[in-house]
Each structure stands twice: as structure tokens, then as C-alpha cells.
Write a protein that binds this ligand. Sequence first.
Ligand code: KG4
Ligand code: ZN
Length: 335
Amino acid sequence: MSVILAIESSCDETGVAVIRNGREVLSNVVASQIDIHKVYGGVVPEIASRQHTRAIVEVATEALAEAGVRHPGKPDSTGLDLDAVAATNGPGLMGSLLVGVCFAKSLARVWGLPFIPVHHIEGHLFSVFIGDRAPEWPFLALVVSGGHTQLVRCDAPQQYALLGATRDDAVGESFDKVARLLDLPYPGGPSIQRAAEGGNPGAFDFPRALRSHDSLEFSYSGLKTAVLYALRDGGGPPADLAASFQEAAIDTLVIKTRQAVEQTGLRQVALVGGVAANRLLRERLGALEGVEVFMPEFKYCMDNAAMIGAAAHALFEAGVRGDSRTVPSPGLPLV
Ligand code: KG4
Ligand code: ZN
């Protein structure tokens, strides 16, 4: 049993959640910075950390109130008791991570609670445990975000094996870069998905890198370059370019996931990370024969603190604890 206050601040969302037993979300507040970074066409790290500093107290206050948590500093207050405070401690932007980790450590110290540092990708993995339907260990995970494209064998909580990752750009990054080429707003994923509606996905034959390789690696930089060359060679209707790019990007993910299923024999697949919000990907992966796919609700795909709380519950149960000297790590590896 646990009630955990969780904080996510690795990139451009300030998230605070209260979660019970790793699956029941009592509150999940996210303050997005998208509108602030949009004018620059991407996340500006220095602005992101300042914005986290500005937002975190109010976001946390709202999350605690909504969950009905007892105020540890006020003896006459009533409500739920917290068991731990958790925060993402990497990977991510250092300035942004520092805000969440320092805030969480301070709360934990003054409230006399344990502090639990959480790996951001482990958070994404646990987003499929929120709610009623969850995979059974071991399972396969396709992690697709702005910084990661990975196939991970999940044997047990905190026991993961990396089966394959991208050699260059992450798939979300390629959506963001191609959106810029097509003059579509940041973040590129939702913009391209919208622009692709009504477009012809067969109009351009963009590459599916490494498709016939046995390895479970990905490569997305060639796809971005192919779009650049298509534009240089005269382009075409933006909807066709967006639809053909999206088709190629998603096709590659499905091909590699099918290979991973065949190679590992694992038939349960978790689809997690910001790109898991992509409709075409959800549809295509969901249609794979003989595979049971677990996808988080849309609100738990993009960065949020509920998923950090879900992972923190498993760490709490395993006795994992940080301390007042814990420092975030921008390049923290999962395995
Ligand atoms: O997990 P996330 O919120 O942050 C990171 O940990 O990186 O993922 C953000 C990424 C961005 O690259 C964004 O363009 C992409 O997820 N994304 C999408 C969609 N929604 C967000 N990509 C494709 N289709 C979408 N609907
Ligand atoms: Zn993420």
C-alpha cells in the first residue's frame, strides 16, 4: 500500500500527481510550456527551467488539494497521509530536472518522508499500469518519445534489457524536425498527425530504414533527409508529404515490434511515450495478430507525473530510496 506524491519536470511539462498503489490516480496536474516554446520552434532549456520554478509550487498545491492529502505541517488538518515523495531524476534537461528533484527532496525532508528518484523511461513503462488493465511480466515495450526510440524487454520491475534503440534521431524528434521542414507548429507529432488527415500516405515512397535487418535497431535521420530532398525537388501537397512521412515513420515501428515479438516470443506489448498518442500507431500496433497491446490513455502518453508515481510505487515496495544528496543525471541510462 502506498500514497505517493510524484513530480515530473524533465522537459517542458511541470507535472505533479498523487497516486495510490501505483494504479489509482487521485490527482494529476500538468502545466504545459508548449505555448511558451512554440515561438522558438522547440524547447529552450534555460526558459524551461525558469518556467518550472515559476509553476511548481502552484501545480503541487493544486495536486495535493485535489487528492485530499492531509497537510503534514498542520496538526488539525485531515485527509490522506502520504508515504513518499518521488521525482524524475533523469534523463532530461539538467536545469529542469533540478527544479523537480530539489523541490521533492525538500518536501520529503520537512515532512519526514522517504524520497524516491525515478528514471523517466521507467515512468513511461509504468504508464500502462495505471487503471484496470495491465500487462503481466515479462512483457515487451516499445518506448517512443522525443528523446527515445527503444524496444525493451521488461522482465520484472527494475529489471530491463535493451533489445534495440535508435542509431540517430528518436522518432518523436523526427516528427518535430519534419514538422519544422513543413512549417508546422511545435510539437511536431500532433501537427503532422493533423496535417496528414486527408493526405495520400502512398504519394511519396519514403524509406523504412533497417527494415530487413535482424537487429532491432532504428534509424530516423534518413527519413528526415528524404523529406528534405522531396521538398527540394518540388515537394507536393503538404497533406501528402505529412501522410507519407507519418506512414513511413509508423511502419518502421510496427515492423521492428513484430520482429521483436518473433525473436523474444513475448506476446504482450506495451506502447509508451509521447508518440504513443499517435492514432495511426495505436491502430496499426493494435491490429498485429497474436499480440496483446497495452496503451496508456492519451493523458498518460505525454510527460506527466502520474506515470512517475506508478513507477515510484514499485520502487517504494522494493525499498529503493534516494537521500538528501541525490543529484539528477541528464543522461541516466535505464539499464
Ligand atoms: O514522452 P514525451 O512527452 O516527452 C519526451 O520524453 O520526449 O514525448 C514528446 C514527443 C514529441 O516529440 C512529440 O512530437 C511526440 O512525442 N508526439 C507525437 C504525438 N503526440 C506527441 N508524435 C506523433 N504523433 C502524435 N500524435
Ligand atoms: Zn517522456
